[in-house]
Ligand binder design. Sequence first.
Ligand SMILES: Nc1ncnc2c1ncn2[C@@H]1O[C@H](COP(=O)(O)OP(=O)(O)OP(=O)(O)O)[C@@H](O)[C@H]1O
Ligand SMILES: [Mg+2]
Length: 193
Amino acid sequence: MNIIVTSLKGGVGKSTTSIYLAAAAVERGYEPVTLIDADPQASSAEWLELWPLDGITVVEAPSERTVTRAIGRVEGLVVVDTPPGNERITQSVVALGDAVVIPTRAGGVEYSRVLATLELIPATTPRGVVICAARLGTNDLEAAIAWWKEQKVEVWGVIPERVGIAAGPEARLSREGLENYDAVLLRALRGWR
Ligand SMILES: Nc1ncnc2c1ncn2[C@@H]1O[C@H](COP(=O)(O)OP(=O)(O)OP(=O)(O)O)[C@@H](O)[C@H]1O
Ligand SMILES: [Mg+2]
């Protein structure tokens, strides 16, 4: 089962989402769980190097060739973190996904970049957006959710803005983050479990 976390847009929460989804999968008892980091910046690989999580194996695969090969080889539940702004890698990786998770933001979103990402996903592949660092109870968030509904794109999760989730490798994963991402994981796995 390959879950691809991707967006052509940078800085939206791909790496954070990848780590938390992999950690939520371990908590649910999936084994093995592998995080493939296809971003040459290797932020999620570095994160797990600084704060290793039991049950998650990290594979660094920072090119189209290495990532497609890694996805073909690894068994079990796989989460793939991808680099921003690279249409070629994005397209070849999403083609190998059983589900695609697209992190996005509520305010000031470049919807065109998200729509361009959606267009790269094969028509029958389940996909959903996850609104990251969301300010709960704001009009921005309500408007974003309504907009996605109008576009007939499923919202698989709304992750609140929290310092604990933003802390990255400086801290342990936040319980609230794990719970929110567990719900996203269940949506991504629906139809497969
Ligand atoms: N729920 C959240 N609450 C607060 N901050 C968050 C949350 N999720 C992500 N962030 C912060 O947003 C920033 C971007 O997140 P992240 O690195 O995961 O994005 P990315 O899409 O992987 O970026 P890049 O395109 O550079 O790879 C980080 O500083 C991260 O800590
Ligand atoms: Mg990243």
